[in-house]
Design a protein around this ligand. Structure first.
Ligand code: ADP
Ligand code: MG
Length: 695
């Protein structure tokens, strides 16, 4: 049997394969392109394409596809076979450099927010050599960026790559001030912890709400939820275990560093954490992970739910974005150092993140805004919609001493100069225990916990990289002009702490008191997606993205439209699904059961025996039935009205305040009726079956 090490990455055209299969000068040029973004000559692209094709064919591939990440948040592909007719009856397998480098996408129906005029609805895909090509389902997949002919980004990958490039430049400038001339590249690293639910496939298929929207739109809680905490890290059931094993193998073959898998807090909820890697690769890998989770689940008679809140009343699913910066020399910039100078550098980068998170709270919040995640943010298991930073006790104490020019652990005034004096060591593993903080420093990285489980990690990392870039540039301007570097550095760090300490919060983020406290500190609390998105086009945010060359203003405006439209579309689909289910399943079921009760009642009365149960329940159900019916009609009417609204923001906002509010009302009524209706009459599997169906 082959071991995992033999097997790992066998479906990836990675560095090792390139080294083996490419002529040395082609390999070196390609490396130059990958490491330094240098342009690759078409003649070299031909050589690379040919080597890729031969390798892929040996692995059984017959097709190739440009693989890209449009604004839908999932990946897109269009398969072409390698075959090319040679004579009337024979073919050869071909793949040219041109086909590798650029693809025409006739996918005019991808959302573009008006960026592609209708006469030029096509965009093109361009090879991203920084991500390895791989084979999936018999097709060679080439990671690409997706752009319009005007050069505007139509995908999630292009802005991410741009943000990485800008961050690289600014972090390098700073490192060079610290004398690190040996460092030639800085890259953000990410390890996204992915949560998900698994439910039985047959049960799932009987729930139109899950099928159409990914979440249950109706359903009352079973007698047992997650209160016993017996699922978290509990024994993994055999069916799930075999799913996880299969998934690991599929992911490993694709070079994804799937590492840890365990049960999560809610019944049927699980988590997969990979080993961290460079952000663009981590983004590709996370997309593949989500895709394969869904595919492998089906093979095991399961369905994988990636929605942020598939079930009301139990935990939702998120994706913790562990983020750090690392250099080509192997330095982690958020690893506290051993010497005063190392510590000073650490504190400077730490200060940059503190200031970036405080100044761009809204930008980070927007990066996680989605209709699905709205059900999770602010609910009691997840971080509230308020962003704050958790630093842990020891580090907070150090920062506070720097701020007040005090010696650590005493009140006596004594200058503790950053970059000159030794800072006390702090144990890093004590810092990660606040699970309620949305943005926690966890010893040598930050963990941003607001991201929803179904989202691409590209948006959040684009936002984070750009905000940090902006602050590093501002820091550089101050430090590079300074006559006394150490003094300027000390003052900069101290002033940053002073000016931005409102963002620090080490307490319980789920506590109601925190919401009030945060308000008094002036922190933003953008509760819904439309409310958050409104701020994407604030002047300061347009400036942030355009000055750091991550988005043009045109691109940003198009994204604003796309995100709002997407939100409205989701609410619309959910409303239609609810109306359909209410009319065709739930209302008829309640009516049928009421009739059964009423008939029994009549019979019993004739027989002069007690019919108190039938009377009472049929009475209650009749009331609920009328209410359910009238609310359904009301929902239908409101949905129609809201759909007429023209402006993207106005429509999304009305979807939230009017349509969603009516949906919640309808759900409440129907869930009440579910509790009173005999199980055999209820027209779909209940929460108990969904959450505890896998044994
Ligand atoms: P937990 O959060 O469960 O305590 P860890 O802190 O060990 O677990 O790691 C969580 C995630 O953080 C993993 O995906 C891991 O690869 C990632 N991670 C660890 N170090 C870094 C880093 N320097 N940059 C980005 N992600 C990292
Ligand atoms: Mg974690």
């Amino acid at each position: 049997m082959r071991t995992v090490t033999d097997f790992f990455g066998t479906m990836v055209f990675n560095d090792q394969v390139m080294k083996e299969r490419l002529p040395k000068e082609v390999y070196d040029s390609l490396q130059n392109t990958i490491q330094n973004g240098k342009h690759l000559d078409l003649s070299l692209a031909n050589v690379v394409a040919s080597a890729m094709k031969d390798w892929a064919i040996e692995k059984g591939a017959t097709h190739y596809t440009h693989w890209f990440q449009p604004m839908t948040g999932i990946t897109a592909e269009k398969h072409d076979s390698f075959i090319s007719p040679k004579s009337n009856s024979t073919v050869i397998m071909e793949f040219s450099g041109k086909e590798l480098v650029k693809g025409e996408s006739d996918a005019s129906s991808f959302p573009s927010g008006g960026l592609r005029a209708t006469f030029e609805a096509r965009g093109y895909t361009a090879w991203d050599p920084t991500s390895y090509a791989f084979i999936k389902d018999g097709a060679l997949c080439i990671p690409t960026a997706f752009c319009s002919y005007g050069g505007e980004a139509l995908d999630k990958k292009t802005p991410l790559l741009r943000s990485m490039e800008s961050l690289n430049k600014s972090a390098l400038k700073i490192l060079h001030l610290f004398g690190h001339d040996e460092v030639t590249s800085v890259k953000p690293t990410v390890g996204p912890e992915q949560e998900y639910f698994l439910v039985d496939k047959d049960t799932y298929n009987k729930r139109p709400d899950l099928v159409y929207t990914g979440r249950t739109l109706f359903g009352s809680m079973p007698p047992k939820g997650q209160e016993l905490d017996d699922h978290y890290f509990g024994t993994i059931k055999p069916q799930i275990k075999s799913f996880m094993k299969d998934l690991d193998y599929e992911l490993w073959a694709l070079g994804v560093f799937a590492k840890t898998e365990h049960n999560e807090a809610a019944p049927s909820q699980h988590e997969l954490a990979p080993v961290f890697t460079t952000t663009n690769l981590a983004t590709d890998h996370n997309q593949l992970t989500m895709e394969l989770m869904q595919k492998v689940a089906k093979k095991h008679g399961l369905v994988c739910l990636l929605h942020e809140k598939p079930f009301d009343g139990v935990n939702g699913s998120g994706k913790h974005n562990n983020w750090s910066l690392s250099t080509n020399t192997g330095m982690n910039l958020f690893e506290p150092g051993e010497t005063p100078s190392e510590n000073a550098q650490f504190l400077l980068f730490l200060s940059a993140v503190i200031r970036a998170v405080d100044e761009y709270q809204d930008v980070l919040r927007i990066s996680v805004a989605s209709a699905g995640n709205d059900h999770r943010l602010g609910a009691n298991e997840a971080p509230p919609a308020i962003i704050s930073i958790f630093l842990g006790e020891e580090l907070s104490e150090i920062l506070s001493a720097i701020e007040k020019d005090e010696k650590i652990g005493s009140k006596q005034k004594e200058q503790m100069r950053v970059g000159v004096h030794i800072l006390p060591k702090f144990p890093k593993d004590t810092s990660d225990r606040n699970r309620t903080s949305p943005f926690a420093f966890t010893g040598n990285k930050f963990e941003f916990r607001m991201l929803g489980s179904s989202a691409s990690i590209a948006d959040t990392n684009t936002a984070l990289n750009t905000a940090v870039t902006q602050v590093l540039n501002e820091f550089y301007d101050i430090l590079s002009d300074a006559k006394d570097f150490n003094l300027a550095l000390h003052n900069l760090i101290r002033d940053t702490i002073k000016n931005h300490k409102r963002i620090f919060f080490n307490g319980n983020g789920y506590d109601d008191a925190w919401v009030k406290e945060a308000e008094s500190r002036g922190l933003s609390n953008l509760k819904s997606t439309p409310e958050a998105l409104k701020h994407l086009l604030d002047e300061k945010n347009i400036k942030l993205y355009t000055e750091n060359k991550v988005f043009s203003e045109k691109e940003l405006r198009s994204r604003y439209e796309i995100l709002l439209e997407n939100y409205s579309k989701i609410i619309n689909i959910e409303a239609l699904t609810m109306i359909d289910m209410a009319k065709k399943l739930i209302i008829p079921a309640i009516s049928k059961y009421t009739r059964e009760l009423a008939e029994t009642c009549k019979l019993k009365r004739e027989m002069r025996i007690s019919s108190s149960y039938e009377q009472e329940v049929s009475f209650k159900l009749s009331l609920l039935l009328s209410e359910a019916y009238s609310t359904t009609l009301d929902l239908e009417k409101k949905r129609n009205e809201v759909n007429q609204i023209k402006g993207a923001y106005e429509k999304a906002s009305a979807c939230e305040s009017i349509v969603l509010a009516t949906m919640n009302k309808l759900r409440k009524t129907c869930d009440e009726a579910e509790k009173l209706t005999a199980r055999e009459y209820w027209p779909m599997p209940d929460y108990g079956e969904l959450l505890f169906g896998i044994r």
